[in-house]
Design a binder for this molecule. Structure first.
Ligand SMILES: Cc1cc2nc3c(=O)[nH]c(=O)nc-3n(C[C@H](O)[C@H](O)[C@H](O)COP(=O)(O)O)c2cc1C
Length: 331
């Protein structure tokens, strides 16, 4: 059965998790190209004064992205979230996702993200306000609860269902857990069994086999993958292949990895401009190449590269000579 949210039908059941500072438009485009069926923007704060910043403008840029365009909003004041939803729909959002999953104490200087899970009445007020404000589907992302002894995900899920929320993503940790310990899937399984709306399971999915295990165990409608995609953006294609065939594909060739990385870097330069793009590219280079044994040799040259040309030449030199003993910085 295809996975749908409202009128939108997704190519598969694999979503890239929203990650502030990571899932900008170039990274979302890379992951879509490599098999993610769904991507979500980095969260957009709901304080009106943030709207005119360059950061927000870039976060709202979906030019050339395959739809549906899902924009995540964050905040703690129902009216502000509703206004932010309207503003983003006017600027192209086709689905609005509300962030109640972020563990930061304050998101945008107000109680927001997973802090809201402590206050189900406020959750309901937010969901009703946003739902009433826009015609497009509204989805919600939560953790399993506020703390281990207050795992109220099922209560929140029922509120969400009542308010007309179109799908629910659950990260299998509580707010208190931050990113510590292992994600648990039992709560996600219970929520899926307790509501009729689509449920997306999230947390610690780092391989095709784990994806299948989580999907089977929770009976979730889709799964969402975050941190491992930073290192292995091709994981979506791998999971898809495994779901279809039961066989885990081999690691992609160096040639493919090089092409994907260079394409991604060029997209970063185009999106941010060369100066900022080169700097943002550094973290993606570190994530994608950092697992390679010989990366330490080339890392200083890559991190010091000041121009796009220098960064790209250094990457090419690295891939052309992956077994080098010593490395001369590309000139
Ligand atoms: C750097 C970073 C930024 C994140 N930003 C957001 C965010 O903006 N909105 C959100 O709902 N979750 C955010 N998350 C949480 C992820 O969406 C996801 O729920 C979490 O990383 C667990 O999935 P994973 O184990 O596959 O990484 C962020 C996580 C990381 C690591």
């Amino acid at each position: 059965m295809p996975f749908t949210i409202g009128p939108y039908r997704f190519d598969n059941r694999l979503a890239l998790a929203p990650m502030a500072g990571v899932t900008d438009r170039p990274f979302r485009q890379l992951c879509r190209r490599l098999g993610a069926g769904m991507t979500v923007s980095e969260m957009i704060g709901s304080q009106p004064q943030l709207r005119d910043s360059r950061k927000t403008r870039l976060r709202m840029d979906h030019d050339g992205e395959p739809g549906p365009i899902i924009v995540q909003i964050a905040g703690g004041i129902p009216e502000q979230l509703a206004a932010t939803a309207v503003f983003n729909v006017e600027h192209g959002a086709q689905i609005i996702d509300i962030n109640m999953g972020c563990p930061a104490k304050k998101v945008c200087r107000v109680d927001a993200g997973s802090a809201l899970l402590r206050d189900p009445d406020l959750v309901e007020a937010i969901l009703r306000a946003v739902k009433a404000a826009v015609e497009v589907p509204v989805t919600l992302k939560i953790r399993t609860g506020w703390s281990r002894d207050q795992r109220n995900a099922l209560e929140i899920a029922r509120i969400a269902e009542d308010c007309g929320i179109a799908a629910l993503t659950i990260h299998g940790r509580t707010r208190e857990d931050k990113f510590l310990g292992d994600a648990e899937y039992e709560t996600i399984r219970r929520v899926k069994a307790g509501v009729a709306i689509p449920v997306i399971a999230n947390g610690d999915i780092d391989s095709a086999k784990k994806a299948k295990m989580v999907m089977d165990f929770t009976a979730a409608d889709a799964i969402m993958v975050g941190r491992i995609a930073q290192q292995r953006p091709w994981i979506f294609g791998h999971i898809e292949h495994y779901f279809r065939t039961g066989i885990e594909p081999d690691e992609p060739s160096d040639e493919l990895k090089q092409n994907w990385l260079i394409g991604h870097l060029k997209n970063l330069y185009a999106f941010y401009g060369e100066h900022q793009g080169v700097r943002i590219a550094r973290k993606h280079i570190n994530w994608q190449l950092g697992q390679n044994d010989n990366y330490g040799i080339v890392k200083p040259a890559l991190m010091q590269a000041q121009t796009a040309a220098e960064q790209l030449q250094t990457i090419s030199a690295y891939f052309d000579n992956p077994h080098f003993e010593s490395f001369d910085r590309a000139s």
